[in-house]
Ligand binder design. Structure first.
Ligand code: ADP
Length: 497
């Protein structure tokens, strides 16, 4: 897809501030009248003021979603009509692609080339893929062994769904959550991350323009501890879908207990990326760079533990260092930028804190390890950082850093590296680089992770299931696997005697 459409500077979206929230088809201020500031991480300056939702706004949004669900305006719309609206939304996203790409980059900091080439087209794609599913949600006829019984299943929506998303891919995370929920006939309250609420709110305007009935999608920006917690605990919400940290995922699960909500969680990772000596090393080094530095390492699947066979360790490390030294740090909006800023001051402190811990525990850097000149780059920037002399037990080799920081770890044997790769509380993804077909399948079977990439990394497609083993989460997103998360099965027995 070529990115065209309205330029952000021509957009009226940020002209009226504070940016309001979407409840029951209306754009409204917070009940409390409160607002919060959202930043441009490339400059550290305020980008916009946004209505600050809290529990009262969540109550209003849940009531609107419940009304839209029970009245049937959404679940009883024909599947074909639901599919058409999702498809129309994808068209509108494409019509406003340039505006959305710029907005995403301004609010998140990510390089504009990725917002244009990845975030926006993949968001449109996601709605298209699930537009197709709306007409294909079939039940089964069951050959029971009781005479004269006709038994079949219906796949029905779960109901009112709360969706809480993170700041690393604000538009795509909104699409991963909204598209399948809506295709299956649920109504939604979406809470974007407090750091990056803007693109989801602009998407809300496009949802209105597409013609979705009022209350089907409600968008409440606000903080996690207030708006997020109120949504997770709300007694009239049937399901919560969450993407974020493992720590908050556990809080969500606790909050869901009151009315036993269905919960799906996509959480953290500390993914192993393993280079065998028979791999195409040039290709593998580029792959390792993409695995850790894409989106400034703020990716739950980031290949942050790089295992390299001892015989090629020095070669890979010097290739990696050389490649990282050529990456251009810059403002997100500059088309030449390879690495933008981190999303916030808090994230900057977290990442630089881990870098200091790594050095204190005895690891050394081959490149990076500090912030670039803050006069030239005043935002939340940190240099791409490669750690050598790392032990598996060190903090930087165990904990999720969520920044452009990779630890390199030498290994000798297949079984040894599989065991070390699996020694983690996480199990989201893993990478393997080899040209030996036996190693490919041995490793794919041995790795305890929801996704294994072989001779590639960070591939995502609306049709391919994604989710975690162990403390990386519950349930799967994307593909037909996610339909189980947004539907429930009803079994009907009819006595034909
Ligand atoms: P990060 O640490 O990367 O910012 P979080 O897991 O804290 O990730 O945030 C992901 C999402 O979860 C955000 O939308 C945030 O507002 C929300 N959130 C944070 N704390 C809570 C909470 N206690 N209850 C519900 N949602 C929360």
């Amino acid at each position: 897809m070529t990115i065209t459409g309205t330029d952000f500077t021509e957009s009226t979206f940020l002209r009226q501030q504070p940016v309001k929230m979407l409840i029951g088809g209306q754009w409204v201020e917070a009940a409390s009248g409160k607002t919060f500031e959202t930043m441009n991480p490339s400059t550290g300056q305020v980008l916009a003021k946004v209505a600050e939702g809290d529990s009262e706004d969540i109550d209003r949004a849940v009531a609107a979603a419940r009304k839209a669900f029970e009245s049937g305006v959404w679940p009883k719309l024909t599947p074909s009509q639901r599919g058409r609206l999702l498809w129309k939304l994808a068209d509108l996203i494409e019509q406003h692609a340039e505006e959305l790409a710029q907005l995403e980059t301004l609010n998140n900091g990510k390089p504009i080339k990725y917002s244009r080439g990845g975030d926006v087209p993949l968001t449109a794609d996601h709605f298209r893929y699930f537009a197709g599913w709306a007409t294909k949600l079939e039940g089964d006829t069951i050959p029971v062994s009781i005479p004269n019984m006709f038994t079949y299943t219906l796949r029905e929506p779960v109901g009112v769904v709360g969706q809480i998303i993170p700041w690393n891919f604000p538009l795509q995370m909104a699409a991963w959550k909204l598209a399948p929920a809506l295709a299956c006939g649920n109504t939604v309250i979406l809470k974007p991350a407090e750091q990056t609420p803007l693109s989801a709110l602009r998407l809300g305007e496009l949802i209105g323009e597409a013609g979705f009935p009022d209350g089907v999608v409600n968008i409440v920006p606000g903080f996690g501890e207030t708006a997020g917690a109120a949504l997770a605990a709300h007694p009239d919400v049937d399901k919560i879908a969450f993407t974020g940290s493992t720590e908050v995922g556990k809080l969500i699960l606790q909050a869901s207990v009151g009315n036993l909500k269905k919960v799906t969680l996509e959480l953290g990772g500390k993914s192993p990326n393993i280079i065998f000596p028979d791999a195409d090393l040039k290709f593998a080094i580029r792959g390792a760079i993409n695995a850790i530095f894409f989106n400034q390492g703020q990716v739950c699947t980031a290949g942050s533990r790089l295992f390299v066979h001892k015989s090629v360790y020095d070669q890979v490390l010097s290739g990696l260092t050389d490649y990282a030294s050529k990456m251009k740090l810059g403002m997100g909006i500059d088309p030449a930028t390879d690495l933008g800023p981190l999303v916030s001051q808090e994230q900057l402190e977290r990442v630089t804190g881990y870098i200091e811990t790594g050095k204190r525990e005895g690891a050394t850097t081959t490149i990076g390890g500090s912030r670039p000149d803050s006069e030239q780059l005043p935002g939340y920037f940190v240099q791409p950082t490669v750690f050598d002399n790392v032990k598996d037990e060190m903090t930087i080799a165990r904990e999720e850093i969520f920044g452009p920081v990779v630890v390199a770890l030498p290994f000798e044997e297949v079984e040894e590296v599989a065991a070390r790769a699996n020694k983690s509380i996480y199990g989201l993804s893993a990478g393997v680089w080899t040209n030996d077909v036996k190693k490919v399948h041995k490793m794919a079977a041995a790795l305890k992770a929801g996704v294994v990439w072989v001779n590639t990394y960070n591939q995502f497609d609306a049709a391919a299931p994604f989710g975690g083993y162990k403390q990386s989460g519950y349930g799967r997103e994307m593909g037909h696997a996610v339909l189980d998360a947004y539907t429930q099965i009803k079994t009907v027995w009819v006595n034909l005697r």
